[in-house]
Write a protein that binds this ligand. Structure first.
Ligand code: IPD
Length: 272
C-alpha cells in the first residue's frame, strides 16, 4: 500500500461526490418522498432517496478511489477495503435529518468524511435544500462558502444556546427528555433542529453555542465533528472519553467543562 493521500486531495473528492449526492437528494425531494422502510423503530425511517443517494456515493467513490473502504448509514455492513496506517475509509450519511427531509423541512444534509488510519482528516456537510456547504481538513480549518469559521466565544452556561437531538427508541427518548428538562433552566435555550451533522456545523459558526447528544453513529459525527473541531470547539465524550455513541459534547473551550459537568450530573450518557 502506498502513502496516505493528503487531506486536501480527499476533501476535493468528498466535495465533488457530496455535491452530486445533494443534487440527487434535492431532485428526489421535488419528485415526492415517502417512507420506504423503517429501521430500529417505527419512527426511524428510510426513504428511497436515502438508499439511492448512498448507492450513488458508493459508486462514485469506487470509481474515484477504488480500493478504499466505505461505511454508510444504509448499507453500513458492506464495509470493505483496506485498513492500516495509510488506509482510507469514507463515512457517509446520505441524508442526515431524514425526518426533516420526509416533511420537506429545509434542514437535511449529505455528510461525507474521509478517515486515514482511523482518524477523520477531511469532511463535507452540504445542506440538500439551501446548498450551504461546510468543509474541513485536519489542521486546515473549517470553512463555509469561502469563509473561515470560528465557534462562539460565549463563556457563561446561562447564556448558552444548546442544540441537541433525540434517538428513535422511545425509552431512550424518555431519558433524553428528562435530561433536557433538567438542563433547560440552566441555559439560554435548547434547539432540536433534526440533523446532527448540521448541529455540529451550526456550532462551528456560532449559530448555536454548543451541542450534545447521546446515541450518535459514526456517520452522524464524522464530517460535522471535524468541522466543529477545526472551528475551535472542543468535541469530546464524558470524563475524557472520545466522542461516540455514549455521548458527544461539542462546546467552545470555556463552556466545555460546565456543560460536561451538568450533563454528567444529569446522567446524559445513561439510560437505554
Ligand atoms: C438523526 C439526526 C437527528 C439525531 C439522530 C440521528 P438521521 O439522523 O441526525 O438530528 O437526533 O440521533 O439519528 O436518522 O436523520 O440520519
Amino acid at each position: 500500500m502506498g502513502s496516505a493521500p493528503e487531506p486536501q486531495e480527499l476533501l476535493e473528492i468528498a466535495v465533488t461526490v457530496a455535491r452530486d449526492a445533494a443534487a440527487t437528494a434535492y431532485r428526489m425531494r421535488t419528485e415526492g418522498v415517502s417512507v420506504a422502510a423503517t429501521k430500529s423503530t417505527a419512527t426511524d425511517v428510510v426513504t428511497a432517496a436515502d438508499r439511492a443517494v448512498e448507492r450513488q456515493v458508493i459508486e462514485a467513490l469506487r470509481r474515484l478511489r477504488p480500493g478504499d473502504a466505505v461505511l454508510g448509514e444504509e448499507y453500513g455492513g458492506a464495509d470493505t477495503g483496506p485498513t492500516g496506517p495509510a488506509g482510507v475509509r469514507w463515512i457517509v450519511d446520505p441524508i442526515d435529518g431524514t425526518v426533516n427531509y420526509l416533511y420537506d423541512i429545509p434542514h437535511s444534509a449529505v455528510s461525507l468524511a474521509a478517515e486515514v488510519g482511523g482518524v477523520v482528516v477531511a469532511g463535507v456537510v452540504r445542506n440538500v435544500t439551501t446548498g450551504e456547504e461546510w468543509t474541513a481538513t485536519a489542521g486546515g480549518g473549517a470553512w463555509r462558502d469561502g469563509r473561515r469559521l470560528r465557534c462562539s466565544t460565549e463563556t457563561d452556561l446561562g447564556q448558552t444556546l444548546v442544540a441537541t437531538g433525540f434517538g428513535y427508541d422511545p425509552k431512550r427518548r424518555a431519558h433524553q427528555a428528562r435530561v433536557v428538562t433538567e438542563l433547560i433552566p440552566h441555559v439560554r435555550d435548547i434547539r432540536r433542529l433534526g440533523a446532527a451533522s448540521l448541529d455540529l456545523c451550526f456550532a462551528a459558526e456560532g449559530r448555536v453555542d454548543a451541542y450534545y447528544e447521546k446515541g450518535l453513529a459514526a456517520w452522524d459525527l464524522a464530517a460535522g465533528g471535524l468541522v466543529a473541531t477545526e472551528a475551535g470547539l472542543r468535541v469530546g465524550g464524558l470524563a475524557g472519553a472520545e466522542p461516540g455513541p455514549d455521548l458527544v459534547i461539542a462546546a467552545p473551550p470555556a463552556l466545555f467543562a460546565p456543560l460536561h459537568d451538568r450533563l454528567a450530573d444529569l446522567d446524559a450518557s445513561g439510560g437505554p
